[in-house]
Ligand binder design. Structure first.
Ligand code: PHB
Length: 401
């Protein structure tokens, strides 16, 4: 008995000594990436989408990492739009876990609370979802692969004004992206002769859309323009729109693609039919790169699952991260990383061609006019028109870098 125990202790000691003296080079390079994302709480569905994009990209491309380079993803749960939590998590990731890159964030307030830390610690921060325009101006170490609300709302307003919609009532969530959406739509619409009948802002958490949509209905607009966070909030908005009979009253619903988010469309039901949106991604897009992407997504997560834009944000975010890791052979230098991200492009993303504007570090991508239609019994965001590359109009109009 004693002999056997002694043997085991000796083996353990020998293993420890070996691990201590193994040459560092032989163990290779580990790149640590901290992902701050919403994994619990009422918005966990959005975080799950983003994480699926990260996982799918890793599964398809991990073997392409440079020899000896390992990628370690450290996931942290911000639980929703909670800037204090996000800031604490980012601090821990940087000071304790020594991550070389940060990524993620569904919510704008969280991106804003992490921005100063990215600057102080010089840790490049890849925004995979949060969409308020000014986020990228808050740190030179931020690059965004997702979208801005101005990118969709402004061209949608121009389209609406030119297509028989004369009077609009705006209903948006009362925080960064909602305010951006409202302001972008109002500018694009009124500059082109449209009239805003009113605008209300709804709380982000636990919203009851009834009083707001009733007010919109009473104003008798041609259309309601809306942005709310994708996921269950969008489904709730859609259902209330139906229950209050706005459609029967001849009022159209238009908005950013968040309100007809692909993974929730079937839950929304026929009330979503005809809803017209402007956006950068639709699961129904027939581009070969997207067809292959959707096929791989369904193979991984189930045949009834539809990838939403957050999936594509996580997926393309990882593509950008792989690019900087490969170009530096795993030795991440913050300034070199930012130089590599500026102008980074992918001509064949599931959403079409994309690139990072070297001046603003923000995403430039195609916007598509879409309408919800039934195709083979399924609700889909059918792309009707491709507007080509759109740069964030807020930065273009305000000359913000
Ligand atoms: C954001 O907080 O920036 C945000 C969240 C959910 C969305 C879009 C933008 O669907």
């Amino acid at each position: 008995m004693r002999g056997a125990l002694q043997m085991r202790l000796w083996t353990l000691a020998a293993a420890l000594v070996l691990a201590a003296v193994a040459p560092v080079g032989a163990m290779g390079q580990t790149v640590k990436v901290g992902i701050i994302n919403t994994y619990s709480g009422p918005f966990a569905g959005l975080g799950e989408q983003l994480d699926r994009g990260i996982r799918l990209y890793m599964k398809q491309h991990e073997k392409e990492l440079p020899p000896g380079v390992t990628l370690e993803i450290i996931r942290r749960d911000d639980t929703g739009p909670n800037p204090e939590v996000a800031k604490r998590l980012a601090t821990e990731l940087v000071t304790r876990d020594h991550v070389q890159l940060l990524g993620g964030v569904i919510f704008t307030p969280n991106a804003l609370s992490v921005a100063p830390l990215a600057t102080e610690a010089k840790v490049p921060f890849i925004i995979m979802n949060a969409g308020t325009s000014m986020i990228t101006t808050k740190s030179p170490y931020i690059a965004r692969v997702s979208f801005t609300l101005w990118q969709s709302s402004y061209p949608l307003a121009e389209w609406a004004a030119k297509h028989g919609i004369k009077k609009v009532y705006s209903v948006v969530s009362d925080y960064g992206p909602g305010i951006d959406a409202e302001q972008a739509f109002t500018k694009g619409f009124t500059d082109n002769g449209g009239q805003m009948l009113g605008a209300v802002r709804v709380p982000v958490a636990n919203p009851d859309y009834t009083p707001f949509l009733q007010r919109a209905k009473d104003a008798r607009p041609d259309a309601v323009f809306s942005f709310v966070p994708a996921g269950k909030s969008a489904t709730a908005l859609m259902k209330t729109f139906g229950d209050l009979g706005l459609g029967q009253a001849g009022i159209r619903l238009i908005g950013t693609g968040d309100i007809t988010t692909d993974e929730e469309l079937q839950n929304m039901g026929d009330v979503a039919l005809g809803v017209t949106t402007m956006f950068h991604y639709s699961a129904a897009a027939t581009r070969p790169a997207n067809v292959a992407f959707v096929k791989a997504y369904k193979a991984e997560f189930g045949p009834t699952q539809e990838p939403s834009f957050e999936v594509v944000g996580g997926y393309d975010g990882m593509a950008a991260i792989f690019h900087v890791i490969e170009a530096q052979a795993g030795k991440i230098d913050p300034d070199k990383t930012m130089a590599l991200l500026k102008g980074w492009k992918d001509d064949d993303s599931p959403r079409g061609p994309i690139y990072i504007d070297p001046e603003t570090r923000d995403i430039v991508q195609h916007e598509y006019l879409r309408r919800v239609e039934k195709v083979n019994g399924q609700l889909e965001n059918v792309e009707l028109e491709d507007l080509g590359f759109v740069k964030d109009p807020w930065k273009e109009l305000n000359h913000q870098k």
